[in-house]
Design a protein around this ligand. Structure first.
Ligand SMILES: C[S@@+](CC[C@H](N)C(=O)[O-])C[C@H]1O[C@@H](n2cnc3c(N)ncnc32)[C@H](O)[C@@H]1O
Length: 310
């Protein structure tokens, strides 16, 4: 089904095709809400003043991002940090964003930037992971279930989980201390959550401690050997028959009309491992770690997979 990623992009999908696909996702999302599969987002009508302030901060920062695009400067982070235990691949200005993942200001802008990138569809794509997540514990008492969100970032998905399952115990882990601080604020109204500063390559959790692990938009930002280490760690910390809910970029062939855009994406922004991600055989990666593929579906620009630990 998959085709190799090519840098010679053919015709891009039109704006109309993209917005029609987004509109299908939004309709599906609303149908899921009406069917009671998950609740409507908490901030359906966010405070307009807050959104305008975010927009202003976004456009102010955009000038610096554009400057990095022109100069190709993606190593500011590495130059400003010394004696860090963070992995070398991580010390980059991913997406040419200011401070990479390593400041409060970057954490503050991150969710807005991702929504702009996906024309307002990012949170909706993430929300689709709630359906396989719910299936992972539907036969269990919710109070006994433990979920890990690996690379939780600013805690958006954790907050969505809590909004739907307030009694569920959810842990989040991320390499970015400033993003975790914002995650703590985003989860301030909830209990039974834990945030851990750590590396997905060596998870500080015991074997077989989670019923489900979600991992959203991490793998395309990892070098191939790190993807393998993280996969093995997820396998280790899952209970037998536990599930990995994996959400990341589409790969070539998942939705052929978008293939040319996927190939173009790393040329438009700083995504150093994205082309390799497009060419990586994820099915083989997960099956080699002894996962079984349970389901695979598409939501706009995301691929959502459920993998079961054998
Ligand atoms: C594209 S963001 C995705 C964040 C979040 N899951 C979301 O849906 O928005 C990638 C995240 O992965 C984190 N990250 C990168 N490498 C990591 C690693 N080895 N272990 C843990 N987190 C990592 C980054 O700090 C960042 O928060």
């Amino acid at each position: 089904m998959r085709r190799p990623a090519s840098s010679t992009a053919s015709t891009f999908p039109s704006a109309r095709e993209i917005s029609s696909d987004l509109s299908s996702l939004l309709s599906r999302d609303w149908a899921n809400i009406e069917a009671g599969l998950y609740v409507a987002p908490e901030q359906q009508w966010p405070n307009p003043i807050r959104i305008l302030k975010k927009a202003r901060a976004y456009f102010r920062d955009l000038q610096k991002v554009n400057q990095r695009i022109v100069t190709g400067n993606s190593r500011e982070v590495a130059h400003s940090l010394h004696n860090t235990s963070l992995p070398a691949y991580y010390l980059q200005n991913f997406h040419f964003q200011t401070d990479g993942y390593l400041s409060e200001a970057s954490a503050d802008l991150y969710d807005y930037q991702v929504e702009v990138l996906f024309s307002g569809g990012a949170e909706t794509m993430r929300r689709q992971a709630l359906i396989p997540l719910r299936a992972a514990f539907c036969d269990k008492n919710i109070r006994d279930v433990n979920v890990l969100d690996l690379a939780c970032g600013t805690g958006r998905f954790m907050a969505t989980i809590k909004q739907n399952y307030p009694r569920l115990a959810v842990s989040g882990i991320d390499l970015s201390a400033p993003y975790l601080r914002l995650a703590k604020q985003n989860l301030i109204h909830w209990s039974r959550f834990k945030l851990v500063h750590g590396n997905g390559e060596s998870l500080p959790f015991s074997n077989e401690s989670f019923d489900a692990v979600s991992c959203i938009y991490l793998f395309h930002e990892l070098p191939r050997p790190v993807r393998r280490n993280v996969t093995n760690e997820i396998y280790r910390v899952l209970k037998p028959k536990g599930r990995l809910i994996f959400v990341d970029s589409l790969q070539p062939g998942d939705h052929p009309p978008f293939d040319s855009l996927l190939a173009h994406f790393p040329h438009a922004t700083h995504e150093p491992f994205y082309t390799d991600f497009l060419n990586d055989d994820l099915e083989h990666l997960f099956c080699s770690a002894d996962f079984k593929i349970h389901s695979l579906e598409r939501a706009f620009f995301s691929r959502i997979m459920t993998l079961v630990k054998q």
